[in-house]
Design a protein around this ligand. Structure first.
Ligand code: GUN
Length: 296
């Protein structure tokens, strides 16, 4: 069997087009322009690339982008004061603090200072609790993007066996909550799981979010399964560097029914979902009906 490819790049482009249309409608109707503030502390090159890309795409869909770059040594109190100002700013509907933060800053404290209604990452403890109890929340962008692709590809997910490999707060745990919300039978596997290949082979839906290059090979995959690869790993091989996922693509694609590539799978969906979340936050924050199909 050769798997069909789930094209995240094309899906993300469609989602951005939907967001663009809704943003134009808000601007011409209630006169509301959604705004996203991104806060970057320090000079991590990978984070700078992400933040630039977020800013560009925010403007492309017709929203306002506010970038705040702070020195790596910024005192925690100063970062908290910036968040207070952004919370109080009516032009800002979404706030994202790029992670990781420098060690002298308590990331949990910073995240929980964000107004939960503006928490477009869905990392605030209130949103985590809302998602965990099946209530309306801001949903973390990467798992939301995975869910959208799964629904698009498989339709109703009810009753399917889902295995999520990875238990991070950013991907693994919220992904499991979302799949539970879709009535999947969910297993969260991780580095201590015994006989990981056998556990993974139970999965109709296999989500790889471990951060280890090409760890999930074809022998982890049940024939016909849908494989979502969240990993983005830069590796050096044959004298050059390239991006690979957590899944060994060639062997997994020989067994799976459908698979996301890296690059061009989950990655583009994450920023598209951030834009969707910003639009959702702007609508909720202003008591306007939220567009359909943009959240969980
Ligand atoms: N760093 C890596 N992934 C993310 C993410 O989804 N949100 C934020 N804020 N920082 C990140």
């Amino acid at each position: 069997m050769t798997a069909s490819i789930i094209d995240g790049k094309a899906f993300a482009a469609r989602l951005r087009a939907q967001v663009t249309e809704q943003v134009a409608r808000l601007a011409s109707g209630p006169g509301l322009i959604p705004g996203l503030a991104v806060v970057l502390v320090g000079e991590d090159p990978a984070s700078e690339v992400y933040v630039r890309s977020k800013g560009r795409q925010t403007v492309e869909v017709g929203m306002r982008s506010f970038e705040h770059k702070l020195a790596a040594e910024v005192p925690e109190a100063e970062l908290l004061a910036l968040i207070d100002r952004l919370n109080a700013d009516d032009a800002v509907h979404g706030i994202l603090v790029q992670l990781p933060l420098p060690k002298h800053i308590n990331a949990e404290k910073v995240i929980n200072r964000i107004d939960p209604g503006k928490d477009v990452d869905g990392f605030h403890i209130l949103n985590v609790g809302l998602l965990g109890t099946g209530q309306k929340a801001m949903v973390p962008c990467t798992p939301l993007g995975c869910l959208m692709m799964l629904r698009d590809h498989l339709g109703d997910l009810s009753g399917l066996e889902a295995v999520v490999v990875g238990r991070s707060n950013i991907v693994g745990k919220p992904m499991a909550q979302l799949l539970l919300g879709e009535s999947c039978t969910v297993t969260i596997a991780h580095s201590r799981t015994r006989d990981l290949p056998a556990v993974c082979r139970r999965a109709d839906i296999l989500i790889a979010a471990v951060g280890r290059p090409e760890m999930i090979t074809g022998d982890f995959v049940k024939p016909g399964a849908t494989v979502i690869d969240v990993g983005i790993n830069r590796i050096t091989r044959d004298g050059g560097t390239r991006l690979v996922g957590d899944v060994e693509f060639a062997s997994a694609a020989g067994v799976a029914g459908a698979i996301t590539p890296v690059p061009g799978g989950v990655g583009p969906m994450t920023i598209a979902c951030l834009l969707a979340n910003t639009l959702t936050a702007a609508c909720r924050g202003n008591g306007l009906p939220e567009p359909e199909g943009l959240t969980a």
